[in-house]
Design a protein around this ligand. Structure first.
Ligand code: ADP
Ligand code: MG
Length: 334
């Protein structure tokens, strides 16, 4: 399929991210409906072409747990990535509409993400690098798929150079500047699952009593991959919630180093590194197998954390594979 901007008719906006926006479009010559992601990148022509070449690997990523890729092209100064459109959108939007998601459905999400990650790594040696609810999509056929994986090293570098570096789903070892591995994705999966099951971002209580984390979610800059340690994180300190709240109010919107990074994000990253890992709480609300699975994703030492492939043999995942929760029926309820 030879994709050109002129052939794509915009139907509506699907969402906005840090790096650009995603539109629902119709490919006029074929009538095919797609999602078009527009990424603004500040890179030289040679690098842009390299990115485009690297993105072609996505043509070979064929799995029912991975968003299909229809093609990418340059529309200066943007790169447009056209992919399968998922009509129920992403899981962040879903839980914000429905509230906390039933744990058996969360189990299906866990299974799909682990299958997707295992496929990407086993078949293509690709590490996702950005697992979070907004990159886990769902359609009305009841399928769950992941998108936005780190297929292009040059794209990752260019985006990091311009506006994005770090997200609040990042594992402790990544925050401290260690190499990315498939196990870092497992940490991010754990945080994401807790968020879906609780209906809120899991670290929201640890910082302050008010759970408005809108200024914390997502990403911040400036940081190149692997350079978080160069931010000079201040040493950990114990704090009570009232002090945190006061601090947060004071620092809200204050930006450090011109990067749009607020104090509270720094505190959150520090918290992820220094405090106990997030859990499915309160104890007893969720099945023990689900608690145990999340605990194994949230092991702070990456050497102890299992890989996605190993976790496919976890008891809760084996249960989730056979559980008869009807995803298609569920998607028709919102
Ligand atoms: P982020 O993932 O950080 O939210 P993105 O730019 O990747 O930012 O995506 C913005 C939003 O667009 C997502 O939150 C998601 O809801 C929506 N979206 C992305 N890709 C698709 C797709 N293929 N089908 C449907 N919705 C999508
Ligand atoms: Mg995304």
């Amino acid at each position: 399929l030879d994709l050109r901007n002129e052939d794509l008719k915009e139907l509506r906006e699907l969402g906005q991210g840090n790096g650009g926006s995603v539109k629902l479009v119709e490919h006029i010559p074929t009538g095919k409906i797609m999602a078009k992601k527009i990424v603004l990148i500040d890179a030289k022509p040679a690098v842009r072409k390299q990115i485009l070449r690297e993105l072609q690997i996505m043509h070979d990523c064929n799995s029912k747990y991975i968003i299909s890729f229809w093609g990418a092209y340059l529309a200066e100064p943007n790169i447009c990535i056209c992919m399968e459109a998922m009509d129920n959108g992403s899981f962040d939007g879903i839980y914000k509409k429905t509230g906390a998601i039933d744990i058996d459905i969360v189990g299906k999400v866990a299974l799909a993400v682990l299958e997707g990650l295992t496929y990407l790594y086993d078949k293509h040696r690709i590490i996702h690098r950005d697992i979070k609810p907004s990159n886990i999509l769902c359609n009305s056929a009841g399928e769950i798929k992941i998108c936005d994986f780190g297929v292009s090293g040059e794209l990752i570098n260019s985006i990091a150079d311009t506006f994005v570096g770090t997200s609040t789903y990042m594992s402790p070892e990544r925050i401290q500047g260690a190499q990315y591995t498939v196990k870092s994705d497992v940490w991010s999966l754990g945080v994401s699952l807790i968020e879906l099951a609780l209906g809120r971002f899991p670290f929201s209580e640890s910082l302050s009593d008010d759970s408005d984390l809108s200024d914390l979610e997502g990403t911040l800059s400036p940081a190149r991959p692997g350079s978080m340690n160069s931010l000079g994180l201040p040493p950990p300190r114990k704090r009570n919630s009232a002090a945190a709240k006061k601090d947060k109010r004071k620092s809200k919107g204050v930006s450090l180093q011109g990067g749009g990074m607020t104090m509270s994000i720094l505190e959150l990253l520090q918290h992820i590194v220094n405090e106990p890992a997030p859990r499915l709480t309160p104890e007893g609300r969720f099945p023990e197998q689900a608690e145990a699975f999340v605990d194994s994703c949230s092991l702070k030492d990456p050497d102890q954390r299992k890989s996605p492939k190993e976790l496919l043999n976890d008891e809760w995942i084996i249960y989730s594979r056979t559980s008869d929760v009807d995803l298609q029926a569920w998607t028709s309820t919102f």
